[in-house]
Design a protein around this ligand. Structure first.
Ligand SMILES: [Fe+2]
Ligand SMILES: [Fe+2]
Length: 229
């Protein structure tokens, strides 16, 4: 089997860190409370996207679907169970719902966003987590914990102050990859091909930003080894 996968299996935190204590498909709370909430929030994000300029390339609700597909596929590639893969599919879907709680006009500026604007945009993590916590006040469930954890920490780096769980580390990698694959006006001539983005993540951002063992596994999903040049 794959080298990166073998490495992951030798890690002591591996087995217990993936969400397998419930099954989103059969869990009553997941089906009757979390699923309708996520679907409703994604519809609202879609409505928010519809109010943005017509020439935008980075459409938030579409990005959400892509990262959910990517996390599921990566989990299956790592031979995690269908249950874990599906639990993470649903847990990452609403990760950017906080974006619609911020003003429309901050998202589609043509120039490179400055530090202040970036910081304001970044509050979508907290806003999403607060909204979710408020909605499910007094409800305790491992899916809620996972969903809120991903919402809150998906832009955090490995060298930050927070110790990140494996699902959050994988979510951060997949989220960044998808974001950097979509052309934005300030990207200029940056290489946004699959190998280009993977290389950027590996070389420029590697080591300190991402969990590089998880990253290499994800890279194999996006660019199977036999296709590497
Ligand atoms: Fe985000
Ligand atoms: Fe995102």
């Amino acid at each position: 089997m794959l080298e990166s996968f073998e490495n992951l299996h030798t890690r002591t935190d591996y087995e217990k860190s993936w969400p397998d204590s419930f099954d989103f498909e059969t869990d009553e709370t997941c089906q009757t409370l979390f699923k309708p909430f996520i679907e409703e929030q994604l519809e609202k994000l879609k409505a928010f996207d519809a109010q943005r300029p017509s020439d935008i390339t980075y459409i938030f609700h579409e990005h959400s679907r892509r990262v959910a597909d990517d996390i599921k596929n990566t989990c299956l590639y790592m031979r995690l169970s269908d249950k874990v893969a599906n639990n993470l599919y649903w847990a990452i879907l609403p990760h950017d719902i906080g974006k619609k709680e911020l003003p429309l006009n901050i998202w589609d500026v043509k120039s490179k966003p400055d530090g202040k604007l970036k910081a304001l945009r970044r509050t979508h993590t907290i806003l999403g987590a607060l909204l979710t916590e408020e909605y499910f006040k007094d409800l305790h469930h491992p899916f809620k914990t996972l969903m809120v954890e991903i919402m809150l920490h998906h832009h955090e780096q490995m060298d930050g102050d927070t110790a990140l769980s494996l699902p959050v580390r994988l979510a951060a990698i997949i989220d960044a990859f998808d974001g950097w694959r979509i052309f934005r006006p300030h990207y200029g001539k940056r290489d946004i091909s699959v190998p280009g983005v993977l290389n950027r993540m590996r070389v420029e951002k590697g080591g300190t930003f991402f969990d590089m063992e998880l990253f290499e596994t994800f890279a194999e999903v996006k660019l199977p080894p036999q296709k590497k040049t």
